[in-house]
Design a binder for this molecule. Structure first.
Ligand SMILES: Nc1ncnc2c1ncn2[C@@H]1O[C@H](COP(=O)(O)OP(=O)(O)OP(=O)(O)O)[C@@H](O)[C@H]1O
Length: 290
């Protein structure tokens, strides 16, 4: 149950000046992991490596305990994948697209696919090019969920969705987790999606993995400190991940809440950091969180 479902071992990938640098990440089976990071942080690049759609310059990706490179077709049958852009043939109907897609999967479940189409309000006769961005995302999800995948990997599945379906999608993910057989990894920059469903958060910043921890650990460790500017000497500055100064005071992110409480108690307001705070201050300040 707790074996890693995805193992990324010292993976490096370069695109011109951008690099995913020495990423090591174990995604546990039976949990939802949110991959978070700003635009261009490398989320899609990492997901493409997990799907064997691009090859690492160094390092190795293993899925379900086996090297992806050795057994890609077999391993990918066990994955439901939702890409960040539509990879369907636009001129086909949903039904015709299904006829092409389903034979790739030995465990394809036509009744389940129909049920998802019904649930998402999609007619099998509809032409794919007539679907809105949100509807295409729903269709991608219906495909991904209809072949008994154990692992669901989704690149920005909530982007472009209205709040009602975003909530529904998160409910579907929570439902899938009830049988404890599924593992889900999805990327997003909408951090409130993760507050709702993720067990673990992996945070990428400029191609580096800043942390990968349980949500509880993250919220125990990080805090936002607000106080007067007079407290900001060089040592104090160095202790923060990032600082925002205004004429009336500063706010800063610490990755060591206990230490901040010891140092600033009585002089500062110390509050729980949101994932958005963590992303914002990391982008402003230092990148490696001790
Ligand atoms: N095939 C490619 N060829 C060249 N550069 C690429 C390629 N794929 C990604 N990149 C570059 O790698 C960097 C990271 O992009 P990536 O799409 O992985 O980020 P992201 O975190 O998914 O961003 P977003 O949230 O905007 O989708 C970008 O600078 C991008 O231009």
């Amino acid at each position: 149950m707790n074996d890693p479902c995805i193992e990324v071992r010292n993976v490096t990938k370069r695109y011109g000046r951008f690099a995913l640098e020495d990423i090591t990440l174990n995604v546990k089976q039976g949990y939802i992991t949110g991959l978070v990071g700003a635009n261009g942080a490398g989320k899609s690049s990492l997901i493409k490596l997990l799907m064997g759609m691009s090859l690492p310059l160094a390092g190795e990706v293993r899925l379900f305990g086996e090297p992806l490179a050795k057994n890609e077709a077999e391993l990918k049958e066990r994955i439901g994948y939702v890409a960040d852009d539509s990879h369907f043939y636009e001129h086909l109907s949903i039904q015709a697209m299904k006829s092409i897609y389903a034979p790739f999967y030995r465990k394809w479940d036509d009744r389940l696919f129909r049920r998802y189409l019904d649930r998402f309000g999609l007619s099998p006769k509809a032409l794919i090019r007539s679907l809105s961005k949100g509807m295409k995302m729903k269709l991608a999800l219906a495909f991904a969920l209809s072949h008994q995948a154990e692992l669901l990997i989704m690149d920005e599945p909530t982007a472009g969705l209205d709040p009602v379906f975003r909530r529904e999608l998160l409910d579907i993910l929570a439902e899938l987790m009830l049988d404890e057989r599924h593992t889900i990894l999805f990327s997003t920059h909408i951090t409130t999606d993760l507050d709702r469903v993720a067990d673990y958060i992996a945070f990428l910043h400029q191609g580096r993995l800043v942390f990968h921890e349980s949500k509880e650990e993250i919220f125990d460790r990080y805090a936002v400190v607000r106080a007067e500017n007079s407290l900001l000497d060089a040592d104090v500055r160095r202790s923060f991940v990032g600082i925002r100064e205004t004429p009336v005071g500063f706010e800063a992110l610490t990755s060591d809440r206990e230490e901040a409480e010891r140092l600033f108690s009585g002089f500062a307001r110390i509050e729980r950091a949101t994932l958005e705070d963590i992303m914002f201050f990391t982008a402003k300040g230092v990148t490696v969180h001790g």
